[in-house]
Ligand binder design. Structure first.
Ligand SMILES: N[C@@H](CCC(=O)N[C@@H](CS)C(=O)NCC(=O)O)C(=O)O
Length: 230
């Protein structure tokens, strides 16, 4: 049994796609990062960087519970645990790891900054919006080139595709026209058509938040006076 700690974000969806694809038994624990639930001592013991996603594998190495944080590390852990979605031959494996790191070190942080400056920031800073929008466009172009003549980013469908898909599919969030990156567009459609992906996206589709967020916490986390999307 996997305990899965999540909020309604792309980083959480990566892990949920794996859990659904592999058919692993899991329980979802919603951590409301807009109210500061990620700072509880219980959660910090699992995820010391106060971020979702995180998991606890109740049947970890040595048959002991084992906590894992950082979505890329979680995907590698689950791939190795199940022997799925990560090749065992060295070339295939390192191809996947490189594209996983492209997501973790490039797409995730840059797309996140783009979201922040174009949708959440207290004031509009044209330099920042332009810088991150341009960097996102460059990353889309890198991925488009990679996907020319390929169905998936590195060999068969793998944890690299699972990591990239939730971020890349939201073209409009960063002003990207899908028709400018036709290989990426087709790859997004190919992955979105998978039943396990559909189940994962439906399960973490939209925040069902009922009450207000903790604005002091949000200010601290995002530098915005209130939650707002442009
Ligand atoms: N590199 C981390 C990033 C995780 C991340 O940024 N999580 C966000 C939500 S998507 C979060 O939990 N933020 C809460 C906070 O920063 O306090 C990963 O890939 O797991």
């Amino acid at each position: 049994m996997i305990d899965f700690y999540a909020w309604y974000t792309s980083n959480a969806r990566k892990v949920l796609i794996f859990l659904e694809e592999a058919g692993l038994a899991y329980t979802t624990h919603i951590v409301d990062i807009g109210r500061g639930d990620q700072f509880t001592p219980e959660f910090l013991a699992i995820s010391p960087n106060n971020k979702i996603p995180a998991i606890v594998d109740q049947d970890g190495p040595g048959r002991e519970p084992y906590p894992v944080f950082e979505s890329g590390a979680i995907l590698l852990y689950l791939a190795e645990k199940t022997g799925r979605f990560l090749p065992t031959d060295p070339r295939g494996r390192h191809d996947v790891v490189q594209w996983l790191m492209f997501q973790m070190g490039g797409v995730g942080p840059m797309f996140g900054q783009c979201n922040h400056f174009s949708r959440y920031a207290r004031e509009t800073i044209p330099y920042a919006v332009e810088r991150y929008t341009n960097e996102c466009r460059r990353l889309y172009a890198v991925l488009d080139k990679r996907l020319a003549g390929r169905d998936f980013v590195a060999g068969d469908y793998s944890i690299a595709d699972m990591a990239l898909f939730p971020w890349v599919r939201t073209f409009d969030w960063r002003g990207q026209d899908p028709d400018q990156v036709p290989n990426v567009k087709r790859w997004v459609e190919r992955i979105a058509a998978r039943p396990a992906v559909d189940r994962a996206l439906a399960a973490l589709a939209k925040s069902p938040r009922s009450g207000p967020i903790d604005e002091a916490h949000w200010e601290n986390m995002y530098g915005a006076t209130q939650y707002r999307r442009r």
